[in-house]
Ligand binder design. Sequence first.
Ligand code: NAP
Length: 285
Amino acid sequence: MTAPIISGKQVSEEIRGNLRQEVESLVKQGLTPGLAVILVGEDPASQVYVRNKEKACHDLGYYSEVHRLPASTSQEELLALVEKLNQQADIHGILVQLPLPKHIDEKSVINAIAVEKDVDGFHPVNVGNLVIGDDSLLPCTPAGVIELIKRTGIEMSGKHAVVIGRSNIVGKPVSLLLQRENATVTMCHSRTANMKEITKQADILVVAIGRANFVDASYVKPGAVVIDVGMNRLDNGKLAGDVDFESVKEISGPITPVPGGVGPMTITMLMHNTLIAAKRLAGLA
Ligand code: NAP
């Protein structure tokens, strides 16, 4: 029997509906959540992501500023803009679109963002708070994965979750968040031996590798929940996940497609973080 599909698009629309309502009521109280996005250079994928963020702000009633800077922008100029936005009262979230041109040190720029406006959740203080389980702005894609699982009604507590990938932006934070939900978590990476033996024990399998269709049915326990974070552009221009959806959906439990799975959740969680940041900065949360 083919597995149920977890629609990130649908869950995302539900959350956005709630956000729109909350923002409407905050605006009436004089608080409009504001997001500033900085894009340096002309990377085509980044331009699309930034346009989508701008559109989400517009659709949900947020104030938005997009700073499009030339690729020749110096690190000092970028840091000066971040500092200006840190001080700007109508901006509650600051996102610097990555990757940055090679002559700019990403870490220095991320560290310069005010912790309470770090809506990407990449500042070391927010990362540290995530590790020790304190309140923090959570990185958007990992938070989106957890929200998607929760809103689909899937229990995480006591389950064995296996995460393939250990990057700072997906694999590591997703593992920490799954653990926070009381799952027992195993992380796999490129040096993991006998990976299939491990992944076949997973009740929940989260895949964030960056290799199109890598995980086929032979990695999956029948009935397991499969969350595919991968977004890989194929030669034919189509988008593919890290999971071979067609073969895996024949044996798995609920599974996310690509596109339409984790992808839509990322910007939705960015909007959620910006709302949280605005409320905290205004003393409302
Ligand atoms: P990344 O920084 O390149 O990390 C990839 C991870 O996968 C690394 O930990 C690597 O292990 C591991 N890996 C690579 N090949 C492997 C293999 N053969 N077996 C086991 N593990 C392997 O990538 P990322 O930034 O985490 O992104 C992962 C995927 O998610 C990409 O497709 C990306 O486009 C997508 N993504 C999607 C969203 C979204 O909004 N949906 C957001 C972010 C990323 P090592 O550490 O040992 O090298």
